[in-house]
Design a protein around this ligand. Structure first.
Ligand code: ASP
Ligand code: MG
Length: 406
């Protein structure tokens, strides 16, 4: 007997017949003797539709009212599932975020969970209820409804799992787990059976869309075992857990590709103290996140300085850079938008040498030029021309022995 939190995403609750399918799964676990807390997303597409509605009601919808509106998506699915479970003869109860004791900070649209007062959930469980919680929402100190950012039901689920001390947090989705790379890019991608929080975090940050980044941070912080699996099959998915020593035997566990960045270069700036500060401070003031930075030395006391930002921030970053360029005496600003960041991720990098060399050789053998490189303890990223991104991913997938046997 276990205590399970099961989270179902939008495609798994897209219509009544799918919600009935969810009910069947929940009941199966319950009938085996498990206690189950279910966390739900809104039906697929509903959150987007609500955002469109808000935008047609107002040019700049009030952020608090937008939270109230968006929270209705999850309110709907939670009530429907509880209704179905009851009509099947089970004790079930739906709870909105605030009823489930989910307390957040006061940031509308992107609130962080501060605490979960889980006594109500625990009491319902102890009385044999299947508890159905609306994901993606909580309440702030004023008692107002907040939402947790797109994909936030994952974080609701992991946070609740931690608060009730669940044995596992199962994330049911429309894919059967986390893959070594995007199967749409590389048909030799394999499902990963087990992966560490840190690797999953890198993959999520780099654009693997299976889990919200914050949910992985939360799982890591509170050591919640997460099982990513399909709601349409019985197969085991991917376990996301604390790292263990045997994980380091796998040098690279995943390859990602992110086309959401653009490159800005300051050409020929004076190679002097304070120049970087002059360039990056105004970007920071506008809350623009700079990802990679590289400084080339030239002769003659001048240097080129290149960095990348996300596409969303690009126009603003370019504008600021053009102003700063005059101030610091740069010759010109160069930009490139057609770039992609390909990354290899693996805990084993901590203890194996030669990963970078293997990566660069694999790219070289396909004649792919590397524009920028950055590394962390468990990741190496290269910027390449966007048109070579898929080729790069496939080459790296083979070079690191990740291809499934055909
Ligand atoms: N319904 C919200 C969204 O679409 C939250 C979630 O699905 O996790 O982003
Ligand atoms: Mg999701």
């Amino acid at each position: 007997m276990a205590l399970k939190v099961q989270k179902y995403g939008g495609t798994s609750v897209a219509d009544i017949s799918r919600i009935k399918n969810v009910a069947e799964r929940v009941v199966k676990a319950y009938d085996r003797g498990d206690s189950v807390v279910v966390v739900l997303s809104a039906m697929a597409g509903v959150t987007n539709n609500l955002i469109d509605l808000a935008n047609s009601a107002s040019k700049s919808p009030d952020k608090h009212e937008l939270d109230v509106l968006l929270a209705t998506g999850e309110q709907t699915t939670a009530a429907l599932l509880a209704m179905i479970l009851k009509s099947m003869g089970y004790s079930a109860k739906s709870l909105l975020g605030f009823q489930a004791g989910i307390l957040t900070d006061m940031t509308p649209g992107k609130a962080r969970i501060l605490d979960i007062q889980s006594n109500r959930i625990k009491e319902l469980i102890s009385h044999g209820y299947i508890v159905v919680v609306a994901g993606f929402q909580g309440r702030d100190m004023n008692g107002d409804i907040t939402t947790l950012g797109r994909g936030g039901s994952d974080t609701s689920a992991v946070a609740i799992a931690s608060a009730v001390n669940a044995d596992v947090c199962e994330i049911y989705t429309d894919v059967d787990g986390v893959y070594t790379t995007d199967p749409r890019i590389c048909d030799r991608a394999r499902k990963i059976n087990i992966i560490s929080y840190d690797e999953m975090l890198e993959m999520a940050i780099l654009g693997a869309k299976v889990l919200q980044i914050r949910s992985v941070e939360f799982a890591k912080k509170y050591n919640v075992p997460v099982h990513v699996r399909s709601s349409f099959s019985e197969e085991e998915g991917t376990m996301v857990v604390n790292e263990s020593s045997d994980m380091e035997s796998v040098v690279v566990s995943g390859i990602t590709c992110d086309k959401n960045e653009a490159r800005i270069t300051f050409k020929k700036v004076p190679d002097q103290p304070g120049i970087s500060a002059k360039i990056f401070s105004p970007l920071a003031d506008e809350e623009i996140m700079v990802d990679m930075i590289i400084q080339n030395t030239r002769s003659g006391g001048e240097t080129d300085l290149t960095f990348t930002v996300t596409n969303d921030d690009f126009e603003k970053a370019k504008e600021i850079s053009e102003e700063v360029a005059e101030e610091v005496g740069a010759e010109e600003i160069l930009i490139a938008r057609d770039i992609a960041k390909v990354s290899v991720i693996g805990l084993g990098m901590k203890s194996h040498s030669g990963v970078a060399a293997t990566m660069f050789s694999a790219l070289a053998s396909e004649n792919i030029n590397i524009r920028l490189i950055s590394t962390s303890e468990i990741r190496i990223s290269c910027i390449v021309q966007a048109k070579y991104a898929e080729l790069a991913v496939r080459a790296l997938h083979s070079a690191f022995g990740l291809d499934k046997e055909s």
